[in-house]
Design a protein. Structure first.
Length: 345
């Protein structure tokens, strides 16, 4: 290996280490890897008449709301190599700390307006569907915590333990007995991982798909608008392998009258979308996500996902490959609210 390549590897390793340190430090200080002072994650709920206190709560984990900012972080990481080589790690990070600061990141994420609007509709569609089935969970609004999925993915056990203890204390203080989650990563962390780290009683944790798949007839009575007749399904790795949501999501979608097509790698044998470490390995993520989205497109142009990370990694190819990636929450919003929410297919 020549000295230039070796030097580049050392710089990249040091850079990655510092970036991870910044993200984790943000989580320790603010409870959020983005480290924002302003609260960005609960504005979607305004005007939805969601109660702020209940023994049953909707837990978003801030995952869908983070999408615009995670996309910008990934872009920034992917474009950093030139500056890294020119300045060196220390100078680059001294100048570039604002990459993970509120002003630059929030400003640059304005370019991601479309994905932000889609994230809002996903959450509204889920809440509407739950209400039709008789579920009216409360929401903690500004106290809705981040799940800690990043800490788990990085193997930072001490940070994860501390973070989960804070979540458990919050839930106990709020008198929460039941949690309805909206994404597979938060579900897995709360249901499978948190009991290993905290002494507090753990509320019941259930994914919204598990609820809706048992109440399909109620949803069909309220359906207002036609949704895509056919979708190619992409199973998220955690949802399929860890939570066994393979059959419930298919039962739900088919129950709404939508035909599902299966790609070559599907169900518990699904292929990865490239996440969840896009910020650390953007080039590898792009290679994996492009490979997967082409596999899906070979089966059909309308693709269904049930995970915010999958949505972020696959939807970036919509224009390039002339496809449409739908999150299940978008399907529910379209099906149950239609033009009421200004949705355009």
């Amino acid at each position: 290996m020549d000295c230039c390549t070796n030097l580049e590897m050392k710089r990249s390793k040091k850079f990655l280490s510092r970036v991870i340190s910044i993200l984790c430090d943000n989580t320790r200080k603010s409870g959020d890897p983005l480290g924002f002072r302003a609260k960005y994650w609960y504005h979607w709920a305004s005007g939805n008449n969601i109660p702020g206190k209940s023994e049953c709560i909707l837990f978003t984990g801030r995952m869908y709301q983070m999408l615009p900012y995670l996309l910008r972080i990934t872009d920034l990481m992917g474009s950093s190599k030139g500056l890294l080589s020119m300045w060196g790690v220390n100078k680059f990070l001294d100048v570039g700390k604002s990459y993970f600061g509120e002003i630059l990141l929030r400003g640059s994420a304005r370019k991601e307006k479309k994905i932000r609007e889609r994230a809002d509709k996903i959450l509204k569609g889920i809440v509407k569907a739950l209400s039709i089935t008789g579920q009216t969970p409360g929401y903690l609004f500004e106290e809705d915590p981040y799940s800690g999925a990043l800490l788990f993915d990085l193997g930072l056990e001490e940070d994860l333990k501390s973070h989960l203890e804070k979540i458990a204390e919050l839930l106990e203080r709020k008198g929460v007995k039941r949690i309805i989650t909206v994404d597979p990563h938060s579900t897995f962390i709360l249901r499978e991982i948190m009991p290993e780290y905290v002494k507090n009683p753990i509320p019941e944790v259930i994914h919204y798909i598990e609820i809706l798949s048992r109440k399909i007839e109620l949803l069909k009575r309220e359906g207002r608008r036609t949704v895509p007749e056919e979708l190619v399904i992409h199973d998220p790795c955690v949802g399929a392998r860890e939570l066994n949501l393979v059959n419930p999501v298919r039962d739900l979608v088919k129950g709404l009258g939508i035909s599902l097509k299966e790609p070559e790698n599907t169900g518990r044998n699904t292929a990865c979308c490239g996440g969840p470490v896009e910020y650390a390995f953007p080039e590898l993520t792009c290679q994996i996500s492009l490979m997967r989205v082409k596999e899906l497109k070979n089966v059909g142009d309308h693709i269904l996902v049930t995970c915010p990370i999958c949505l972020a990694n696959l939807s970036k190819y919509e224009e390039e490959l002339n496809i449409r990636v739908w999150d299940l929450g978008e399907i529910l919003c379209e099906y149950l609210l239609g033009d009421e929410n200004g949705i355009v297919s």
